[in-house]
Write a protein that binds this ligand. Structure first.
Ligand SMILES: [Zn+2]
Ligand SMILES: [Zn+2]
Length: 110
């Protein structure tokens, strides 16, 4: 019995540690990318940001799932290919309502 409990406690501990690390990494990436949406300048809440890949593949940059296992160096490399956008602008971007300004594309990809 007690063994089971210990295991559950540990699982809970690990879960907490992982989500804390996830949150920290997200904050680091947002800060690294300038801390605001490239479109509207939104900067209030770190959880409302997305990274949008500018290479045209429109592949999502998964901070939430596999991001945990990535090293900070790898995350930075990936983040260099992305622009920081808020969730609203990101949707509009994919919906074709917004386009990335040329100057931003140039700055990021090359
Ligand atoms: Zn995107
Ligand atoms: Zn925005």
């Amino acid at each position: 019995m007690s063994e089971k409990r210990t295991y559950a406690d540990r699982a809970e501990y690990i879960k907490k540690a992982v989500s804390a690390r996830r949150k920290r990494l997200r904050e680091m990436v947002v800060e690294y990318k300038g801390g605001q949406c490239v479109f509207c300048g939104y900067s209030r809440y770190v959880g409302a940001f997305d990274l949008h890949h500018v290479d045209g593949s429109q592949k999502a940059f998964g901070l939430s799932e596999r991001g945990v296992t990535r090293s900070w160096e790898r995350i930075k490399k990936e983040a260099d290919k992305c622009v920081l956008v808020c969730a609203n602008c990101h949707r509009e971007l994919h919906g074709g309502i917004k386009q990335l300004p040329r100057e931003i594309l140039g700055r990021i990809t090359r």
